[in-house]
Ligand binder design. Structure first.
Ligand code: DSN
Length: 415
C-alpha cells in the first residue's frame, strides 16, 4: 500500500490496523470471511474505472470489449456452480437483490411473505423499518415455540390466507436446514413466486454441504461475501422463465452501472468455489460449527434448537447470568468477535437481546479444526464467568493472538 501511505496516511494507517485486528482475533460473525489474495486483487483492479450500464452486448457506453467477457464469464461460472438456468451478477449486494425480486414480481402494497426478523429472518424479508416492509404488505411466519424450527404449518396457513405474491425462505440466524421442498409446495399451491435468500449458506450449497434450493426455487438471491468467500456483492439465480423480469428489475429498474471490479472478483470466487478444496472447506465449516455447538453444550451454554446443521450457532446466554451485548463486548475484549442477536421469542430488546450469534466460515478459512474449536469454547466459557475482569479478558486476548499466529488467514499479510 505504498501509494496509499504516501497520499493518505490516515486511511492507510486505519486499514493497517484493521488488517491487524482481522489477523489477531477469532472472527465468529457468521456472515464474514477472509477472501483470498486473488479475490482481493480483482476487487482492487482498474475495472473500478469503467461504466457499463446495460448487459453484455447491449450497453449504453462504448469500450465494453473486456467488461462483457468478464460479466459473461461470471454468469457462466455461477450457472455451472449452482446448476441454475440463469444468473444475474449485477446486484450490488443482498438487499438490492431481494428488492429487485419484489420489484420484478410485485406492485406496491402486494403481500410478500418471509421469516420474521426476530425469528432469524432478514430486514429485507419484509420487516417494518425496511422499504420491503413499507412498500409491500409483509406477512411474517415464525419459528415453532417449542422446537425453534420453522413452523411449516404456519407458513401454509398464512400463505393460504394472504396469497402472497412472493414467498421468501432464507435466514440470517437459523441454525438448521431449511426444507425447500415444503416451501416450494406451499408456493405452488397459492401461486406465489418462490424465492430463496441463500446468502448465509451459499458457500455450503456450492460445496455440497447443504441441500441446494436451486432445483425448487423460482429465484435464488445471495450475497457473494459470506460463506461463498467472494467480494461484497450480490447475485440472483433464476429459472429461465424469470430471466427477463429479473434483468429488467435489476437494470434499469433498481440500479445503474454494475460494479465491474466486483463482478470480476465474483467470477474469481466462483472459480475457487468450484474446486475440490472448496468442497472440503464447505464441509469443514459445518463440521466445525457442529463441534463448536457440542463443545459449548458441554460447558452449559444454551443453544437455540439444541445445535446446528449449518455454519452458525445461536446461543441464549441469559442462563449464564448475562445478556447478549455485554457478553459480546467481553468476548471482543478477549479477542473473540461475534454479534449479539435476538433469540426466538426474545423478551429482551434488539439492542441488548438474549443471545449471541456465532459462525465458523472465517475460522475455517484460516484452518481451525477440532482442537482449536475446543480451545475456543473453553475461552468462551472463561469469558462468561469473567465478564468484568479486564485483566482476565486481556490475558485471553493474548492467548487468542498466539493461536491465530499459527493459523494465517487467506489474504492477510503474515508478520
Ligand atoms: N447483515 C448480514 C448478517 O450479518 O447476517 C445479513 O445481510
Amino acid at each position: 500500500m505504498n501509494h496509499l501511505k504516501e497520499i493518505d496516511p490516515e486511511i492507510a494507517e486505519l486499514i493497517s490496523q484493521e488488517t491487524t485486528r482481522q489477523r489477531d482475533k477469532i472472527r465468529l460473525i457468521p456472515s464474514e470471511n477472509y477472501v483470498t489474495n486473488a479475490v482481493l486483487e480483482a476487487t482492487g483492479s482498474v475495472l473500478t474505472n469503467k461504466y457499463s450500464e446495460g448487459y453484455a452486448k447491449k450497453r449504453y457506453y462504448e469500450g465494453q470489449q473486456l467488461i462483457d467477457q468478464i460479466e459473461l464469464l461470471a454468469i457462466r461460472r455461477a450457472k455451472a456452480l449452482f446448476g441454475s438456468e440463469g444468473a444475474n451478477v449485477q446486484p450490488y449486494s443482498g438487499s438490492p437483490a431481494n428488492l429487485a425480486v419484489y420489484f420484478a414480481f410485485c406492485r406496491p402494497g402486494d403481500p410478500i411473505m418471509g421469516l420474521a426478523l426476530d425469528h432469524g429472518g432478514h430486514l429485507t424479508h419484509g420487516w417494518g423499518v425496511s422499504i420491503t416492509g413499507d412498500f409491500f404488505t409483509p406477512i411474517r411466519y415464525e419459528l415453532h415455540p417449542e422446537t425453534h424450527l420453522i413452523d411449516y404449518d404456519m407458513v401454509r396457513d398464512l400463505a393460504r390466507k394472504h396469497k402472497p405474491k412472493v414467498i421468501v425462505a432464507g435466514a440470517t440466524a437459523y441454525p438448521r436446514i431449511i426444507d425447500f421442498e415444503a416451501f416450494a409446495s406451499v408456493a405452488a399451491e397459492v401461486g406465489a413466486v418462490f424465492c430463496v435468500d441463500m446468502a448465509h449458506i451459499a458457500g455450503l450449497v456450492a460445496g455440497g454441504a447443504h441441500p441446494s434450493p436451486v432445483p425448487r426455487a423460482d429465484v435464488v438471491t445471495t450475497t457473494t461475501h459470506k460463506s461463498l468467500r467472494g467480494p461484497r456483492g450480490g447475485m440472483i439465480l433464476m429459472k429461465k422463465k424469470h430471466r427477463k423480469a429479473i434483468k429488467k428489475a435489476v437494470f434499469p429498474g433498481l440500479q445503474g452501472g454494475p460494479h465491474n471490479h466486483t463482478t470480476a472478483a465474483i467470477a474469481v470466487a466462483l472459480k475457487e468455489a468450484a474446486t475440490d478444496e472448496f468442497k472440503a472447506y464447505a464441509h469443514k465449516i459445518v463440521e466445525n460449527a457442529k463441534h463448536l455447538a457440542a463443545s459449548l453444550n458441554e460447558k452449559g451454554f444454551n443453544l437455540v434448537s439444541g445445535g446446528t446443521d449449518n455454519h452458525l450457532v445461536l446461543v441464549d446466554v441469559t442462563k449464564l447470568g448475562t445478556t447478549g451485548k455485554p457478553f459480546a463486548q467481553a468476548l471482543d475484549k478477549a479477542g473473540i468477535v461475534c454479534n449479539y442477536n435476538t433469540v426466538p421469542f426474545d423478551p429482551r430488546p434488539p439492542m441488548d437481546p438474549s443471545g449471541v450469534r456465532l459462525g465458523t466460515p472465517a475460522v475455517t478459512s484460516r484452518g481451525f479444526g477440532k482442537p482449536e474449536i475446543e480451545q475456543l469454547a473453553g475461552w468462551m466459557a472463561q469469558v462468561a464467568t469473567h465478564i468484568d475482569d479486564e485483566a482476565k479478558l486481556a490475558r485471553v486476548a493474548e492467548e487468542v493472538k498466539e493461536l491465530c499466529a499459527g493459523f494465517p488467514a487467506p489474504g492477510m499479510p503474515v508478520e
